[in-house]
Design a binder for this molecule. Structure first.
Ligand SMILES: [Fe+2]
Length: 325
């Protein structure tokens, strides 16, 4: 009788009541068996953010290779990569330490489905990351507020007021931010409530790239944004992770927001992120998101830009990386 060694069992342990789980028994890389990838994906969809300790063996190439098992890696639309082709620097010295609650890259229509963040250098204290569950934030709203949210659309932009958020930022930091992050100014209209393409859950689609709620005055827009956003950020709706070098966190960027806490003073903090292509959001009424400007997402220095997908493919399987040339 011949037997093949079974893939090691993945264990899942919840770390927050509303989201977050630690997965053990996995050595991440590009050569994981399909059944293990399926288990990771299922845990990711259920728990929204999953954590792995002790993945120090990963380098830029293996990080990206693992990412390809979840979908198509995509480049940031404006910020150049770090050492690897699709590896994005999330560093203490990159663009200052500004942070706000957000989902990644929501200023383009098909913003990333997943982000995979790997800790390379962690500070001796602080520098934690928080995630919030945007599905439970919606589900627990009183019904009149859910009905209101269902009908709203919001305009997201990467050209937000960085200076207002960072009153202590140095002039050269502001100049660098404007030069790099907003080298192309994007405006995208999204539904405030998105139907998740894989789980069918309704999620709130907000965060710090929101410029205004469509059709409202600026004061009404701010008040309404704050009302819904405050339900996302409630401590009970979040999980907090204290990084160790070699940790990997993967989150469903369509069902979460996150926040990197800036409390490690001048200590170095260096993480690398690979993002996986998403699809165009669809609202409760079936209307999709719209890129308002520019006319299309420009090509990055290489590969496919995040958000460049133009179809609302709901299969959860990203299109082939056809435009890599
Ligand atoms: Fe982020």
């Amino acid at each position: 009788m011949t037997t093949t060694a079974p893939a090691p069992a993945v264990t899942v342990q919840k770390v927050g009541g509303r989201l977050g789980a630690v997965l053990t028994g996995v050595r991440l890389g590009g050569d994981l068996p399909a059944e293990t990838v399926a288990e990771i994906r299922a845990a990711l969809l259920e728990h929204k953010v999953v954590f792995f300790r002790g993945q120090d063996h990963l380098d830029e190439e293996q990080h990206e290779a693992f990412g390809r098992l979840l979908g198509t890696p995509v480049a940031h639309p404006t910020v150049p990569s770090a050492d690897g082709r699709y590896s994005f620097p999330v560093d203490s010295d990159h663009g200052g330490r500004a942070n706000q609650w957000h989902s990644d890259v929501t200023f383009v229509p098909a913003y990333p489905a997943f982000s995979i963040l790997r800790a390379v250098v962690v500070p001796p204290y602080g520098g934690n990351t928080l995630w919030a569950n945007t599905a439970t934030a919606y589900a627990r709203l009183p019904q009149p507020l859910r009905r209101l949210a269902d009908e709203l659309r919001a305009v997201h932009s990467n050209d937000y007021d960085y200076a207002a958020l960072r009153p202590d930022a140095l002039p050269e930091q502001l100049a660098r931010f404007r030069e790099v992050f907003t080298s192309t100014k994007f405006l995208t209209e999204h539904p405030v409530v998105r139907v998740h393409p894989e789980t069918g859950e309704r999620v709130l689609l907000l965060g710090n790239f929101v410029q205004r709620i469509k059709g409202l005055t600026a004061p009404d827009s701010r008040a309404l944004f704050q009302l819904f956003q405050s339900h996302i950020e409630r401590p009970e709706n979040t999980v907090r992770w204290q990084w160790q070098a070699g940790d990997v966190a993967i989150w469903d960027n369509r069902a979460t927001q996150h926040y990197g806490v800036d409390d490690s003073d001048d200590h170095e903090r260096k993480l690398r992120r690979v993002t996986i292509d998403g699809d165009v959001p669809v609202g409760v009424d079936g209307r999709t998101s719209l890129l308002l400007s520019p006319e299309s997402v420009p090509d990055p220095a290489f590969g496919v830009a995040s958000g460049a997908s133009s179809t609302s493919d709901t299969s959860g399987v990203p299109a082939a990386e056809a435009a890599t040339a």
